[in-house]
Design a protein around this ligand. Structure first.
Ligand SMILES: [Fe+2]
Length: 461
């Protein structure tokens, strides 16, 4: 233990120093007055101090106060030769741990010191314990926060994964209603679209609201909780028992939560979630998860819209190419349109599915797109073609396929362009495949193409 011993009488200082050093190998640093003591205290660390109360210059009480200001937990033993009750009370009030009356016997010093050491240890243990408790409480709080974050991340991951599997806008709207109910543990949800022309909110998907139909109007911009969210763009918690304005169409038993659906900061709808199971009601965490779901879904919807417009754009460009090519040739004018019509009619009579008919409607029009790569004098020649010229024109299905190969056409659509000159007997081109090996839609277009060739007049017929 390091002890600071302050006394103006040298013999007392030395005697006490020797004794303290002897009893328990304590390290004792001495000072003759308050100033010296403060210098020592600033330069070194001490576990305890013994102060004489009556010293020239700074008094013991003054020094005691200053030391306590620096280190509140330092045990200080005050020594005096002139005891008075007032002085004793005063020093104790200033934080002295004990009071020694001079001349003191050394045994008394020993007992005081032991008591101070015990108190010091208790104090330290206490401090240590309360630090540990504080630390433990902080750890528990961190743990709770961490498990909340993990739970949230887990939900976010599952939402992302679920949304990625959805292909069309309709599937995504329905997915939004289903997923928000599942992850917020709510019973009902409705996805409403804001129709900007009428300022009305239309149902686009529901979960739990069985009587509502898609396309039904359920509110108006600015009216009720959903209308307010649609006009203000901020999420809102509805009153218990539901929103009076919407109660008939969108009944809520407990509480509702309405959030804006935005694409690039533009509000295009509202998501209403209602009746969370349990007693807690919607929390900040629920809003966070619902917002994440809406942002992610909005991004998917935007991407689908972008993709659909790109596809529409690409299709109309391809169609324009065919029209431009046909415009050069009086014999083939409207040929692609007629082949398309014959093919679609044939497919309808054969009872093919909608998807196949749509493929035909699109790709039959493009079947001769490869003729863009055929030299004009061959294409426009009105006398009979030479064998070389005929070989040249026979390349158009392959050229056509290479034009569309990087575009997002289905395999059936691609096959129409490549195989519309194959023949059932295998004597067609470019691959010479026969019978059922020729893809069905390509066969239909081949027949329609042949029929149009027979009923119109072409040089190389
Ligand atoms: Fe052709």
């Amino acid at each position: 233990m390091r002890i600071l011993l302050v006394d103006d009488e040298e013999n007392i200082r030395e005697a006490l120093r020797e004794y303290l050093t002897a009893i328990d190998h304590h390290q004792v640093v001495t000072a003759a007055n308050g100033e010296q003591a403060l210098d020592q205290f600033a330069a070194d660390k001490f576990d305890c101090a013994f102060l004489d109360l009556k010293m020239p210059g700074m008094s013991g009480v003054e020094l005691l106060t200053k030391l306590k200001e620096i280190d509140q937990s330092l045990p200080v033993v005050v020594m005096t030769g002139y005891p008075s009750l007032d002085a004793a009370i005063n020093t104790m009030r200033q934080g002295a741990s004990d009071f020694l009356i001079k001349p003191f016997n050394l045994n008394q010093v020993k007992i005081t010191l032991e008591r101070v050491v015990r108190e010091q240890r208790l104090l330290k243990d206490n401090l240590h314990l309360s630090e540990r408790l504080k630390h433990q409480a902080a750890m528990e709080k961190l743990n709770r926060e961490l498990s909340r974050r993990i739970r949230e991340q887990n939900i976010i991951y599952r939402i992302s994964e679920a949304l990625e599997k959805l292909q069309t806008s309709e599937e995504i709207y329905q997915g939004m209603a289903d997923l928000v109910c599942r992850h917020l543990d709510a019973e009902k949800a409705a996805v409403l679209l804001l129709d900007r022309s009428s300022n009305q909110l239309l149902v686009i998907a529901v979960h739990g609201y069985e009587s509502l139909a898609v396309g039904q109007t359920v509110g108006e911009l600015g009216q009720g909780i959903c209308g307010k969210v649609a006009s203000e763009g901020e999420c809102m918690l509805g009153p218990a028992g539901g929103d009076a304005y919407l109660s008939e169409l969108l009944p809520v038993e407990k509480r509702s939560l309405a959030l804006p659906i935005k694409i690039r900061e533009e509000i295009f709808g509202v998501m209403l979630v209602a009746d969370k199971r349990g007693v807690a009601g919607f929390q900040g965490e629920d809003i966070f998860i619902a917002r994440f779901l809406l942002d992610k879904a909005a991004l998917s919807i935007e991407n689908i819209a972008l993709y659909e417009s790109m596809v529409a754009n690409m299709r109309s460009t391809l169609g324009a190419l065919v029209s431009a090519m046909e415009a050069k040739d009086p014999y083939t004018r409207q040929h692609s349109r007629r082949v398309t019509n014959f093919s679609v009619l044939t497919a309808q009579i054969m009872g093919l599915g909608l998807e196949q008919i749509e493929s035909l409607r699109f790709a039959a029009y493009l079947h001769d797109i490869g003729k863009i790569g055929i030299k004009d004098y061959v294409l426009l020649k009105d006398s009979e073609l030479s064998p070389e010229e005929f070989e040249h024109i026979k390349r158009h299905p392959v050229i056509g396929e290479s034009i569309i190969k990087d575009m997002d056409l289905t395999e059936a659509e691609r096959s129409i362009i490549r195989h519309h000159h194959e023949r059932w007997d295998g004597r067609g081109y470019p691959d010479g495949i026969a019978g059922q090996d020729i893809p069905l839609l390509a066969r239909i277009v081949a027949v329609a193409d042949a029929f149009d060739a027979m009923t119109s007049d072409r040089p190389y017929r």
